[in-house]
Design a protein around this ligand. Structure first.
Ligand code: SAH
Ligand code: SF4
Ligand code: F3S
Length: 451
């Protein structure tokens, strides 16, 4: 039977982390399987789907504006639908459920993080019968690994190994909107990795809120290091993983940076703060000393490894002294990259009830000092690549200049280089080329193609 979505068009807006990016590939796969065509703009779209994020307030408030702006937008000529269908899923869908349609009555469909597979059905009912279709489940039934999928890039794939999170850092909403941690069986991971290699994928990024706690809920308790070994065995060119919680990073995993050729020399190790007092209040369950010891071990195993981190500024009760500890940590480690955030109060988390009297300007001023330190560190770290030849996995051409190719080095640094005469970036995308680096800026390297 023909789906009511056949010959419709859809536009997908995805926010937040890789979990949503991965989910969006499934949504695209499911909708295309029903005969709906992806389009770039909401004007041309019969169906607009938002995969939302609520990790910080900014992401939260943006959604309302975007959904509202669709209210009076006319449907394109020739649409098989009577009205545009607007659907909200992801973490705000999970958190707010029914409340969303009360606040935004022109919203047609709400779904959560645990029932992605229901989306096509909900859209079909909305298309044929109208009304509000809301379905949010308490917990995940499965990994959605049987759903069709359209990869954003043919040569790179996200591979979730866990979903959910059990850590309950006191500031964080993720455990409430993604549920308890659930690990995917090792055989399934290996089978999918093998299949991806067969499809010509060059880079696999293993995903989880904390990949290091993989397997604790599975029979035989396989560990993350077993996942690394199994995926490495498939012969994939590049392996990366995110995110790695410092409290659970083991010596075995660290050692793999020395022994597995396809494990890239790059580690994202979120510190969040450099103050032991704040780390305790955040329920991170490691100390600054433990963190620095991990960094030392990782660098011993893999000299020159690139490190990145996440830092929160302005956690409730953070003093100037706490902040100086964070700044000192950032300078001591010398990160290649750092994602810096101003603390955002999330209703329902333990930190939301903590006294928080630091003035906004003080927090902003700390944030600016942190960003400056991060930039100095990144720029200094990039100088190490000057003169070196780096194998670059090409992604496409530069947005500013289409004669420049853009790709990533093993250390996950963006590299630019002029394309050879008569060769387009599209032709090179997904292949690895050697670039001799002759310029090192804060956020990228430039060079020329080398043999
Ligand atoms: N599971 C990952 C983090 C996922 S959220 C980990 O533990 O590393 C990504 C980042 O958002 C976090 O590392 C943290 O730095 C930031 N973040 C989470 N909640 C936040 C909040 N309430 N305010 C500001 N930043 C937050
Ligand atoms: Fe949030 Fe902490 Fe879980 Fe990361 S480990 S998702 S910061 S609760
Ligand atoms: Fe955001 Fe949900 Fe990821 S809140 S960071 S999209 S798990």
């Amino acid at each position: 039977m023909n789906s009511p979505l056949n010959n419709t068009t859809f536009c997908l807006h995805t926010f937040g982390c890789q979990m949503n990016k991965h989910d969006s590939e499934r949504v695209e796969g499911m909708l295309e399987a029903l005969g709906s065509l992806p389009v770039q703009s909401v004007e041309e779209a019969d169906i607009v789907v938002f995969l939302t994020c609520c990790v910080r307030e900014a992401a939260d408030t943006r959604l309302y504006g975007q959904v509202s702006s669709l209210k009076n937008l006319p449907l394109r000529d020739g649409s098989p639908l009577r009205q545009r269908i607007v659907a909200v899923g992801g973490c705000i869908g999970q958190r707010d459920g029914e409340k969303l349609v009360q606040q935004m009555p022109h919203l047609n469909v709400v779904f959560g993080t645990h029932n992605l597979a229901s989306l096509p059905g909900l859209l079909e009912v909305a298309a044929s019968q109208g009304g509000h279709q809301v379905e949010v489940l308490e917990a995940s039934e499965n990994f959605n690994d049987q759903l069709p999928s359209v990869r954003e890039q043919a040569w790179a794939a996200w591979l979730p190994i866990t979903i959910g999170c059990n850590n309950f850092c006191t500031y964080c909403i993720v455990p409430y909107v993604r549920g308890r941690e659930k690990s995917r069986p090792l055989e399934d991971i290996q089978a999918e990795a093998q299949e991806l290699v067969g499809q010509g994928v060059k880079e696999i990024t293993l995903l989880g809120q904390n990949v290091n706690s993989y397997g604790r809920d599975l029979y035989g308790r396989p560990r993350f290091v077993d996942v690394l070994d199994a995926v490495a065995e498939t012969g994939i060119e590049r392996i990366r993983f995110a995110t790695s919680h410092p409290k659970d990073l083991t010596d075995e995993v660290i050692e793999r940076f020395a022994t597995l050729e396809n494990l890239m020399p790059y580690l994202h190790l979120p510190a969040q703060s450099g103050s032991n007092r704040i780390l305790k209040a955040m329920n991170r369950r490691y100390t600054r000393e433990h963190y620095l010891d991990l960094v030392r071990k990782v660098r011993e195993a893999c000299p020159g490894i690139a490190l990145s981190t996440d830092i929160i500024v302005g956690f409730p009760g953070e003093t100037e002294e706490d902040f100086l500890d964070t700044l000192a940590l950032v300078r001591e480690v010398g990160y290649n990259q750092a994602f810096t955030f101003i603390y955002s109060r999330r209703e329902g988390t333990p930190a939301a009830a903590m006294e928080d009297d630091t003035p906004r300007e003080v927090i902003q001023e700390r944030f600016d000092r942190l960003v400056e330190a991060v930039q100095e560190g990144a720029c200094a770290a990039n100088q190490a690549f000057l003169g070196a030849v780096q194998p670059v996995l090409v992604e496409g051409s530069s947005k500013r200049d289409e004669r420049l190719l853009v790709g990533k080095s093993p250390h996950n640094v963006t590299v630019h280089a002029p394309l050879p005469e008569g060769v387009s970036a599209e032709q090179l995308a997904g292949s690895t080329v050697n670039v001799r680096i002759d310029e090192a800026r804060t956020w990228y390297l430039s060079g020329k193609l080398a043999e």
